[in-house]
Design a protein around this ligand. Structure first.
Ligand code: ADP
Ligand code: SF4
Length: 679
């Protein structure tokens, strides 16, 4: 029998009819990219299967190319050009349906957003003009024959999707990527025929594609539409109060399901720095008010109460999630079983997106098994027991140490975890106090929730350990997870041997600021790290009223964050805060000079905050190597090589997973090799 605590979430487990199919519950994994796609179909199928096993009632693909005239290279998405592509996707439907979930496919033609670098077909668009990215490639304005072709291709792809076993087939007008969205857009569509001009005309292609898809597969498959209801461009673009609402009203009852999203992708998948959980509620509400069809909406939902509230208040029918399903594929199962403390909450960092945008399989800060389900056989909830009890001392309770402790205890080890600080969490706890990063705390919280009640784990805070303390400690193995320290000499990518002339400044590093010793006057924040730290600190100090200059040798602010969809937002925020932004400049001898040449100008600020690189804190490790006591000694996380929090969690997890694996075997993972058919 369910307790009151769990029964209040019953509503989330009600089945929902979507056209001719029935979703077993309201948990809906919306389409999301993953860097696997057509290149790694088995890895892709397994990753999706784990979500179905974890209770997601609907599990969708990412964008799936329907034709060589819309080919997404260099990005790796799904592909369904001809019947030969069916088996790779059928792996996924079979795997997902094994667990009673519905499988959805996002058929996509992305018009001017696809440069067709691989197929070399001329890209198509409503009215011509260059492709979206900076490639020197123009699109071709579609004539009536092209539109007829497109409809035929889409219809054929829908039939193939049905053959592959999909239950839900999408017409994609999402983000600023789907071709029907390009037709809707006044700035991209200047046609004078029945596909241009009035909104009804601009929506004609979308309407025809929905009708075609229903006609082709609607007898057994639900037809879903993913539409960007707002481009967040104000009156220049489509808005929820304006044409977004009007399109929905026009087509309200035509599809079997509305999947609400925003354009562009960086607005739809905003990080925690820029949007709160549930931020898309007003947009879903607009759609829900205009249709009787089920509505799926997203908003980085991780709180079961927020989910129930959205359904009860009639904001949406299905809890859409990409990132929360990545961070915790077992989120629905945990809610159903009332295991709320076990939920691994997404932190909204978009490291998952960076897999796709750097053209490699997905990874996740919170879920180190994401992307490893098939190639390493990792399951997010299960790790085989070791079959023996070892006593392991872990030094450092940051993301790496905490995850190693959690996973080793799960395998049956007895773990003693010691940290010098008064609070567990290492950098995740410290950085969580910086603007926009409070969710980082969840990295520590999730692991603490697992280990604190576990009698096999003892956590000692305010316990700095030196080599002599370790020497006398009764254990079988020692794991060093002591983290890293920001450098004070300016060494980074631009100045591999450090920066000259630093003695003229009062010097600060992020460690000083986080330890409560920030600069108090005008400051130059020098970023040769290129991830979030320098931008966040510039924001913090400008917010305190300091005169802040941000300078970087890169051509944009926080360059790596382009991969996490944040770059433009960060740069705009700094400018709005009055930060003087200087890109493409390097610091030497107290002067900033253009990295491409020309005169350098003296820096006037007396304070310099260096955000360049970190050094591993590995002194303890080196001291322990020198102790010939025969115990196993390991080093993980930033103490091994400073990197992202995701890398530290992965490092801790991997150590535990591979604890009993011969060293040589640890390098290998299963690969999907190219077929040599045709040679
Ligand atoms: P990672 O990201 O690799 O987990 P962090 O820097 O987040 O690294 O965490 C390292 C943790 O190690 C910090 O909480 C720090 O207090 C702790 N630490 C560093 N040196 C020692 C030590 N000698 N004894 C115990 N704890 C230590
Ligand atoms: Fe969430 Fe970050 Fe994991 Fe993506 S990588 S799912 S944003 S925790």
């Amino acid at each position: 029998m369910m307790s009151d605590e769990t029964s209040r979430f019953d509503i989330l487990f009600e089945p929902v009819r979507i056209g001719p199919v029935i979703a077993p519950n309201r948990f809906y994994q919306v389409p999301h990219c993953n860097g696997m796609g057509h290149r790694h179909p088995l890895a892709h199928a397994k990753m999706r299967e784990v979500k179905a096993e974890g209770g997601w009632g609907v599990v969708c693909t990412e964008e799936v190319e329907i034709h060589p005239s819309s080919e997404f290279s260099p990005y790796i998405e799904g592909r369904l050009w001809d019947d030969g592509d069916i088996p790779a996707l059928a792996c996924m439907t079979e795997a997902v349906k094994r667990h009673g979930a519905l499988a959805g496919i996002e058929l996509a033609h992305t018009g001017l957003s696809a440069a067709n670098l691989w197929s070399r077909e001329i890209p198509l668009s409503p009215s011509g003009g260059p492709v979206r990215d900076y490639y020197p490639i123009s699109t071709r304005a579609m004539d009536k024959a092209d539109i007829a072709d497109l409809r035929r291709w889409h219809r054929a792809a829908a039939l193939r999707a049905k053959k592959a076993g999909f239950d839900i087939v999408y017409v994609y007008a999402g983000h600023d990527l789907g071709l029907p969205m390009h037709f809707l857009s006044r700035s991209l569509n200047s046609r004078t025929d029945e596909y241009g001009g009035s909104l009804e005309n601009r929506a004609r292609l979308l309407k025809e594609l929905i009708e075609d898809t229903k006609d082709a597969v609607g007898d057994t498959c639900a037809v879903a539409v993913r539409l960007s209801i707002d481009q967040l461009l104000g009156p220049e673009g489509i808005t929820a109060e304006g044409e977004g609402r009007e399109v929905i009203a026009l087509l309200a009852e035509l599809p079997d399901l509305w999947d609400v999203c925003l354009a562009s992708w960086s607005n739809d998948s905003m990080t925690a720095r820029f949007a709160e959980e549930g931020f898309q509620e007003p947009y879903a509400q607009v759609v829900k008010a205009l249709t009787s069809k089920p509505v799926v909406g997203v908003g980085r939902f991780t709180s079961p109460d927020a989910m129930v509230s959205q359904v009860r208040r009639g904001v949406l029918d299905l809890i859409g999630a990409a990132r929360p399903s990545i961070a915790d594929p077992f989120l629905p199962a945990k809610i159903r079983e009332g295991r709320f403390d076990a939920i691994r909450e997404c932190i909204g960092c978009n490291i998952c997106v960076s897999g796709d945008t750097t053209l490699v399989p997905i990874r996740c800060t919170q879920n180190p098994t994401m992307g490893e389900e098939w190639r390493r056989g990792w399951h997010p909830e299960r790790i085989p027991a070791l079959g023996r009890t070892e006593r392991v001392l872990i030094l450092g309770a940051g993301p790496a140490g905490l995850e190693a402790a959690r996973a080793l205890a799960q395998r049956g080890c007895e773990v003693v975890l010691a940290d010098a600080a008064a609070e567990a969490g290492g950098r995740a706890a410290k950085e969580a106090r910086l603007p926009g990063l409070s969710t980082w705390k969840r990295v520590a919280d999730h692991r603490l929730q697992a280990i604190l009640p576990d009698p096999k784990v003892s956590l000692y805070l305010e316990s700095r350990m030196e080599a002599e303390d370790v020497a006398g400690f009764d254990c079988d193995a020692v794991v060093v997870a002591t983290g890293s320290t920001w450098r004070r000499d300016g060494m980074g990518r631009a100045a591999r041997r450090g920066i000259s002339g630093l003695e003229r400044f009062a010097l600060f590093t992020p460690d000083d600021v986080m330890a409560g010793r920030p600069p108090e006057g005008p400051v130059l924040v020098y970023d040769d790290d290129h991830y979030y730290m320098a931008g966040v600190l510039a924001e913090l100090l400008a917010g305190r009223g300091l005169a802040v200059t941000y300078a970087t040798p890169a051509s944009v602010v926080s360059a790596f964050t382009d991969y996490t969809l944040e770059q433009a937002k960060i740069q705009a925020r700094l400018i709005r805060l009055g930060v003087q932004v200087r890109c493409g400049v390097a610091l030497a001898d107290g002067r900033l000079g253009c990295v491409h040449g020309g005169p350098a100008a003296a820096v006037e600020a007396p304070n310099l905050l260096l955000v360049t690189a970190r050094d591993p804190d590995d002194a303890l490790y080196r001291a322990l190597i020198a102790l010939p006591d025969g115990r196993r000694l390991e080093r993980i996380g930033d103490a091994l090589a400073p990197g992202t929090i995701a890398a530290a969690v992965y490092s801790g997890h991997r150590l535990a997973r591979e604890w009993d694996m011969p060293a040589e075997e640890r390098f290998s993972f299963k690969r999907e090799r190219v077929s040599l058919e045709g040679w």
